[in-house]
Design a protein around this ligand. Structure first.
Ligand code: SF4
Length: 145
């Protein structure tokens, strides 16, 4: 499996919040990837910047790029560019390299050891990082990390 680091963090956070994973109108694979990693934490994940297995079936993936726009940013911003910048920062923060492969279980441990500052890094501009922290910590705990 290939994944953007923040996509798996979003899945863990949603799991911690107790929100169900359901198919999206976008057609992306959040719900199937979530089911896969939750059912089998020993699955190997290649971490990278750029479109991943979640993006693969998404209607917004066009020629390898996300064409979606973050409309509530002022000015509106390319989601692809925002995500690339976020994942680049995350890899550096977590001490990981582009293309690094580790199990989802190992990734959970890496996240747990970087909780100081991680929710702030992942929060949208203006978003409450404390709420993110609470749900991410809950997700990690539910997954045994
Ligand atoms: S980042 Fe873009 S292409 Fe990937 S799942 Fe989200 S909306 Fe779809």
């Amino acid at each position: 499996m290939r994944a953007r680091p923040h996509h798996l963090i979003d899945i863990i956070t949603q799991y911690g919040a107790g929100q169900p994973f359901q198919p999206s109108a976008y057609g992306h694979a959040v719900h199937t990837v979530a089911a896969e990693v939750i059912a089998n934490p020993d699955v190997e994940v290649e971490f990278g910047i750029g479109a991943d297995d979640i993006c693969a079936p998404c209607i917004h993936l066009v020629d390898g790029r996300c064409d979606d726009v973050i409309a509530f940013f002022d000015p509106p911003s390319s989601k692809h560019d925002y995500n690339d910048a976020l994942d680049e920062k995350l890899l550096a923060f977590l001490g990981m390299a582009e293309g690094e492969v580790m199990t989802f279980r190992r990734y959970l441990a890496v996240l747990r050891s970087h909780m100081d500052g991680l929710p702030d890094l992942c929060a949208w501009p203006g978003q409450d990082a404390d709420e993110r922290r609470k749900n991410l910590e809950a997700g990690l705990s539910k997954l045994g990390a």
